[in-house]
Design a protein around this ligand. Structure first.
Ligand code: XIL
Length: 376
């Protein structure tokens, strides 16, 4: 995975939007959100009518530099999440020091536009500060973890809908007991680091829903990881560790059949545990889909439609966020392993590189409309 700076460089954000369009082959943007999908026709309005929060991850550089991007997010989203700006690496330039300016800008934007905000994320094995572990040792790691959670959560206290407290803490491939991922936190703090993180988080901001967020738990063959996540949240619930929701990241692939009954039964197990479920990072990679743009978009849209229709039939699924809103800034175009054979940029999101709605937009909106309004 690239670091943030590299990603921005690849995306050309630092070089200005016009250059981005030339390089990537997208025509110049109209600089205006599309009219036909705004107001009552927006995802946000359709979500509201069906008791569902709908939104996306926000790229801080684009929000600061591209007004049309901000206008689109204001129009379409009732909930937003910073793509990187609340991660420990981007937010902590030196041990114990925090620079909240990008995250604060997003909070102000959301408040101005009447949007809820997800916090992403507190404890993760990636995007750690450049100085990490530096002064952090086994002897002081517990306190360092507590301090980080408290500093960040208290800064935003009362203003966050849900926090991803631990991100991607399970990976049975690592071969550890309970499917725990081998992470610096596990090594430094010990086996109980996840419980400690959630207990600390509840005290730091009692108003935020506490979420566990993970990927590769969607498809039928990802059973091991799904089961390990289920076992972990069951154990947390049984032993009084505070947790309110599970985030299903949903980085899907357009060339695969969309996730089905295995994920549905996982979501229902969550309901039995009284846990909400959020679709937190939906995108549909068309890396292996041949054809014209329109043909590719139709395949991507079908995955959006089928996937969201299934998920939104479950009453405990309360929010849907895509990982970005426009193909122009998708992280997938910054990932080497996600390049298409024809070299063209991917089209995984509801709006294309010119901020125009694609078939995925309409599929997402139709899926929202299938949701029973009494699930709110
Ligand atoms: C990604 C961002 O989109 C990139 O800009 C960054 O370089 C790496 O992280 N799972 C997560 C997200 O929980 O935080 C990741 O976001 C995508 C995978």
């Amino acid at each position: 995975m690239q670091n943030r700076r590299e990603f921005l460089r690849t995306a050309g954000l630092t070089a200005g939007a016009a250059l981005v369009s030339q390089r990537s082959g997208w025509a110049q943007t109209t600089n205006e959100p599309p009219k036909s999908v705004s107001g009552p026709a927006s995802l946000r309005a359709h979500g509201k009518a069906h008791g569902l929060l709908v939104g996306c991850a926000v790229n801080a550089a684009a929000l600061a530099g591209n007004p049309a991007y901000g206008a689109l997010i204001a129009e379409q989203c009732s909930i937003v999440v910073p793509e990187n700006a609340m991660k420990w690496g981007p937010i902590s330039p030196a041990p114990g020091k925090y620079d909240f300016h990008e995250a604060d800008a997003l909070m102000d934007f959301a408040q101005k536009n009447g949007q809820k905000v997800r916090g992403h994320n507190l404890i993760w094995h990636e995007e750690l500060p450049k100085w990490f572990p530096g002064p952090i040792t086994k002897a002081n790691a517990r306190q360092a973890m507590i301090d980080h959670i408290q500093t960040e959560m208290q800064h935003f206290a009362g203003r966050i809908q849900s926090w991803d407290v631990v991100n991607e803490g399970i990976d049975p491939k690592d071969g550890l007991p309970h499917g725990l991922r081998k992470t610096p936190w596990l090594e430094l703090v010990g086996d109980d680091y996840i419980d400690l993180a959630y207990k600390t988080a509840r005290r730091a901001d009692p108003k935020a829903l506490l979420t566990y967020n993970d990927y590769d738990i969607e498809y039928p063959d990802q059973e091991k990881k799904r089961d390990a996540v289920l076992a972990m949240v069951r154990r947390m619930k049984a032993s009084g560790v505070p947790i309110d929701a599970v985030g299903v990241q949903s980085h899907l692939k357009a060339d695969l059949a969309p996730p089905g009954k295995e994920l549905q039964s996982f979501v229902r197990e969550m309901a039995k545990l009284n846990l909400q479920v959020f679709v937190t990072e939906l995108d549909v990679a068309d890396r292996k889909v041949p054809g014209t743009v329109l043909e590719r978009d139709a395949v991507v849209a079908k995955v959006y439609r089928d996937y969201l229709t299934m998920m939104l039939a479950e009453p405990n699924v309360k929010a849907v966020l895509t990982w970005g809103i426009t193909d122009r800034y998708t992280w997938l175009n910054g990932q080497k392993e996600d390049k298409r054979a024809d070299g063209k940029p991917l089209r995984p999101l509801p709006f294309d590189g010119n901020l125009q709605p694609t078939a995925a937009f309409y599929a997402e909106r139709d899926a929202i409309d299938t949701r029973r309004a009494d699930f709110a």
